[in-house]
Design a protein around this ligand. Structure first.
Ligand code: YSA
Length: 328
């Protein structure tokens, strides 16, 4: 029986067939098990000898089946691997590392430029109270200038800040002059949207306060910023204008080439001026002067990169965003 069993095991073609052999020889009603059952009728001495023989037989068959099983499993694995063979020369899958949004890059660059000019970079809350956004900036409730900055109010009377200027007040409330700060951040307005107007956009505010700060310092700071951003020879212009929180006030512009018309023209970037005495009064400052300016970061990015429509910044269109990966 042993020879036959070993022969069958050796030629067993696959794992199910091998399992059948295990049952055939070693199962509850298997051939070897049956032999064990027959031992009862033998004399004790003969039973002992026969029992040892049968157990040996059982072990040999069991070992042979285990060895064959390992061999069949290995064969199966090899076959599978052969079918699935890996081509290690294939190029890997490309995962995009992502990148910073152009506006983030411009804000980072602006922060670097101003830090190099000795300014501290500050941030402030986007949800403001009316006092900081308007009243303390010399814009009381009856002031017509409020209409220019229509925005979103919460039911408890707070306001999504319409500009970064409220941070002028917040900073002065908690710091003593002299200082130079810039404040980049998001602002909100209830706007009719078009190529140059969004309801959520970014501004950068600058505030410099000291003993003898002049309009010439203001013009110098704006020039320096424009040159750092756009290179030597960049022209800037101040034009008289009105903002309640400065006196005198101005708008400043940068000379640029319109990306679509190709025409050279002035692009209004933002407002500026000498800090109004009423603003200093609101925060308890005396005997100081200062200048401030604030401008739209989207507008600046549009100038720098020839982007014709502000809405491109917020449409998450990869064809647009990818063009500006790592430009700064
Ligand atoms: C003025 C004087 C200062 O001493 C300090 C700051 C300022 C700026 C003032 N706080 C302000 O917000 N002026 S502004 O209403 O004319 O806006 C400033 C700039 O933000 C604009 O010149 C423009 O570049 C940008 N802006 C305004 N509305 C916008 C916008 N950008 C995109 N979408 C809008 N809806």
């Amino acid at each position: 029986m042993l020879d036959q069993a070993l022969d069958e095991i050796k030629t067993s073609p696959n794992l199910p067939a091998l399992q059948d052999l295990r049952v055939k020889y070693l199962g509850k009603k298997g051939l070897v098990t049956e032999q064990l059952k027959g031992l009862g009728s033998l004399e004790p001495e003969a039973r002992k000898l026969a029992g040892q023989e049968i157990n040996k037989l059982k072990t040999v068959i069991n070992d042979a089946i285990d060895a064959k099983k390992a061999e069949l499993e290995l064969n199966a694995l090899n076959e599978k691997l052969e079918k699935e063979s890996l081509d290690v020369t294939l190029p890997g899958r490309h995962y995009s590392p992502g990148g910073l949004h152009l506006l983030t890059q411009v804000i980072n660059k602006l922060s670097d430029v101003f830090r190099s000019m000795g300014y501290d970079v500050e941030v402030g809350p986007e949800l403001e109270d009316e006092w900081h956004n308007f009243d303390a900036l010399n814009t009381p409730g009856w002031h017509p200038a409020r209409d220019l900055q229509d925005t979103f109010w919460t039911t408890d009377g707070r306001v999504m800040r319409t500009h970064t200027s409220p941070m002028q007040v917040r900073y002065m409330e908690t710091h003593k002059p002299p200082f130079k700060i810039v404040v980049p951040g998001k602002v909100y307005r209830n706007e009719a949207l078009d190529a140059t107007h969004e309801a959520q956009f970014h501004q950068l505010e600058a505030l410099v306060v000291g003993e003898r700060v002049t309009l010439a310092d203001l013009k110098g700071a704006i020039n320096q910023m424009a040159i750092a951003l756009m290179g030597k020879g960049t022209k800037t212009r101040l034009q008289p204008s009105y903002f309640p929180f400065v006196e005198p006030g101005a708008e400043f512009a940068i000379w640029w080439t319109h990306p679509r018309t190709g025409k050279e023209e002035w692009l209004e970037l933002g407002g500026c001026g000498m800090v109004h005495p009423n603003v200093f009064k609101a925060v308890g400052y005396e005997n100081v002067t200062g200048f401030a300016f604030g401008f739209g970061i989207e507008r600046l990015a549009m100038v720098s990169y020839g982007i014709p429509d502000i809405r491109y910044f917020y449409q998450s269109d990869m064809r647009v965003l990818e063009q500006f990966r790592g430009v700064l």
